[in-house]
Design a binder for this molecule. Structure first.
Ligand code: TMP
Length: 211
């Protein structure tokens, strides 16, 4: 059985990633693939416990370095228990956020040393790397407005200032620019249907979607 494909969806707050993930999941399933939809931080029982710790509480509850370590502890468990086994049995995996979120949130926006993050990436991911990363881009103020309007209350990162979110956006765009073979920037300002079309065109262009 050929290894499945690994797609990650990245971007700042309120970019509509989660809605699009559901639509992409449905389209890939219609093509006949087994698809595992998952998220970070979280995606396995242990990693979901770490998610509770890291996303709740005041904005300054954890330093950027501590957050990096928590994200990577969660990521390793998720990779070992969910992502790797799925890819090995030929399933496609779509993950709402992955390693680029640590580079952008804890690194570019939060100030954690990029060498620490790159070293964790090397040792923790090993060969479990995305085949395609969709970077959802939206002006920070628009994304924050959307995130605040959504039900479920404020999460720690939404309560950081606008400057944090500007650095975050730059961070994601720099990652995409530095790795154009893996990454595609998606304009997330459009309607849900417009963004869905752009996502599908990109995925179909880069990966063998027709099973
Ligand atoms: P969301 O995926 O629902 O937006 O929530 C996850 C939050 O966790 C979001 O604010 C970004 C943050 N996060 C990091 O700061 N670093 C990471 O490595 C990951 C995966 C998420």
């Amino acid at each position: 059985m050929a290894r499945g494909r690994f797609i990650t969806i990245e971007g700042g707050e309120g970019a509509g990633k989660t809605t699009q993930l559901r639509r992409l999941l449905a389209r890939l399933q219609r093509e006949g693939h087994e698809v595992v939809a998952t998220r970070e931080p979280g995606g396995s029982p242990g990693a979901e416990s770490i998610r509770e710790l890291v996303l709740n509480g005041s904005a300054d509850r954890w330093s950027a370095v501590t957050e990096t370590l928590l994200m990577y502890a969660a990521r390793r468990d998720h990779i070992e228990r969910v992502i790797r086994p799925a890819l090995e049995r030929g399933a496609w995996v779509i993950c709402d956020r992955f390693a680029d979120s640590t580079l952008a949130y804890q690194g570019a926006a939060g100030g954690a040393d990029i060498r620490l993050i790159e070293s964790l990436e090397f040792h923790v991911l090993e060969d479990t790397r995305p085949d395609l990363t969709l970077v959802f881009d939206i002006p920070s103020h628009l994304g924050l407005e959307r995130a605040h309007a959504r039900a479920g209350g404020e999460m720690r990162f939404e309560s950081k200032g606008i400057e944090f979110h500007e650095r975050l956006r730059e961070g994601f765009l720099n990652i995409a620019e530095g790795d154009p073979k893996r990454c595609a920037v998606i304009d997330a300002r459009g309607t849900v249907d417009q963004v869905e079309s752009e996502v599908w065109a990109t995925v179909a262009d880069r990966l063998p979607v027709h099973a």
